[in-house]
Design a protein around this ligand. Structure first.
Ligand code: GDP
Ligand code: IMO
Ligand code: MG
Length: 424
């Protein structure tokens, strides 16, 4: 079956957007299936940088159908701005459709996200403050407002009224802040509804028909394995399931269709927000990785925490996502460090372990066991194929394949679409 899935294997920002843009060339449909505008996917086309938050990263290829699936949460204001921006750059959105079952991020979600983070104080998650968590909570709590509700004025007004009654009680009595205005929200959101109405479809049906017609469908993961609600470093995670299995729920297809799952990783590790990070280098090495790799958040601009590549994590991600190939980025960045470490296992209470613990208490006691590698240079004018890579870089890649048990298919040696080597 012609379904490919691209997922992040670390804590996000592995360079998924770049690979989706590349793989979109040979796909007919590109589908976002989870998360919202907490995602920031960078695509660099001939030195021009684009950051997408909700639009699928296939949008730069004319004629491809781009879908935002039911598993996502949509801030209509952000989506409309993104559509307008991309149109002003000369890219069309005629083939963009959004699911009638996706949930809408409302102003009270964004406000609650901020207030809850403040309330948590030292235990804050470090969210993107885009209202993602509260929107998914409302979905599970059956207070959510879906895109199909947004575009039916009477339904929308009734739902917002009920919601706001409840939210304003919490805002004023628990958080001691001013209530939100019903009229303002309704007039703002009805103008968004008017703009978005023409984009709304049953995207699951579109995908089903595409599959029946043997079209190539590419699912675009946002966030990543270790931000997954079930498998990530809970509670320092996002409020959805970014793993491969969620294409079935978030995209609305049966589990029989998926045949390729690409796991994207960086040649090192980065993380934005709070939570444990066993191979973190909170020192001059981490600073160097951040500087060399320009590691600042695409969505919030926050400096990313940086450290060595952790294969205990990648192996776990491979198992849970059912990875069939690895796509690795920033081989250029890592090579510049000269002396490199690769984590192949942990030591916990004097014993070697190879599985990623669920308990954060145990995880905090894990000491990475490293292997050492020498650096390399990647001159982009000379490195065009896998064979052209420096022997030290190949040695590093081979060791990753050996430990994870999966082949590296794509290697990134720069930001641009062109800076990618196909290994086989
Ligand atoms: P995503 O969220 O997984 O799509 O990743 P982001 O776009 O948030 O972060 C990846 C960052 O790494 C972006 O700034 C990319 O332009 C950059 N990038 C991706 N691949 C490479 C690579 O192979 N080398 C270098 N130097 N930068 C890369
Ligand atoms: P992409 O798709 C990196 C992180 C936040 C925070 C945690 C919870 O670009 O890889 P949330 O706002 O989702 O409630 O925040 O998740 N986070 C990301 N980190 N890349 C992302 O997306 C992220 N999306 C959420 O920093 O730690
Ligand atoms: Mg990102």
């Amino acid at each position: 079956m012609p379904v490919k899935v691209v997922v992040g294997t670390q804590w996000g920002d592995e360079g998924k957007g770049k690979y989706i843009d590349i793989l979109a060339k040979d796909s007919d449909y590109i589908v976002r299936f989870s998360g919202g505008n907490n995602a920031g996917h960078t695509i660099v086309l001939k030195d021009k940088k684009y950051a997408l938050h909700l639009l699928p990263s296939g949008i730069f290829h004319e004629g491809k159908i781009c879908l935002i699936g039911n598993g996502t949460v949509i801030d209509p204001k952000v989506l409309i701005n993104e559509i307008k921006n991309i149109n002003s750059e000369g890219y069309k959105t005629d083939n963009l459709f959004i699911s009638d079952r996706a949930h809408v991020i409302m102003p009270y979600h964004i406000l609650m996200d901020e207030l809850q983070e403040k309330f948590r104080g030292d235990n804050c998650i470090g969210t993107t403050k885009r209202g993602i968590g509260p929107a998914y909570v409302d979905k599970a709590d059956r207070y959510g407002i879906r895109i199909c509700d947004l575009i039916e004025e009477d339904v929308f007004v009734e739902k917002v009224k009920l919601n706001l009654q409840f939210k304003n009680e919490i805002l004023t009595k628990v958080f001691n802040v001013s209530p939100l205005s019903l009229d303002e929200i309704i007039s703002e959101y009805l103008s968004y509804a008017k703009y978005l109405k023409g984009f709304v479809r049953d995207t699951s049906e579109i995908v089903f028909k595409a599959l029946k017609n043997n079209k190539n469908v590419l699912f675009e993961g946002a966030q990543a394995m270790f931000l997954d609600m079930d498998f990530g470093t809970y509670p320092y995670v996002t409020s959805s399931n970014p793993i491969g299995g969620n294409v079935c729920i978030g995209g609305g297809i049966g589990p029989i269709y998926v045949d390729q799952v690409f796991g994207v990783l960086k040649a090192y590790t980065s993380r934005v927000g709070e939570g444990p990070f066993p191979t973190e280098q909170n020192n001059s090495t981490g600073d160097m990785i951040r500087d060399l790799g320009s590691e600042y958040g695409t969505t919030t601009g926050r400096p990313r925490r940086c450290g060595w590549l952790d294969l205990v994590m990648i192996k776990f991600a491979s198992r849970v996502n059912g990875l069939t190939a690895l796509a690795i980025n920033h081989i250029d960045t890592l090579g510049k460090l000269g002396k490199i470490k690769l984590c192949i296992a942990y030591e916990l209470d004097g014993k070697r372990i190879e599985e990623f613990p669920a308990s954060l208490k145990k995880l905090s006691k894990c000491k990475p066991i490293y292997e050492d590698f020498d650096g390399w240079e990647t001159d982009k004018t000379k490195v065009k194929t896998y064979e052209d890579l420096d022997e030290n870089a190949k040695k590093y890649l081979r060791r990753i394949e050996e430990i994870v048990g999966i082949k590296v298919k794509l290697v990134g040696i720069g930001k641009d679409r062109e800076d990618t080597i196909s290994v086989y």
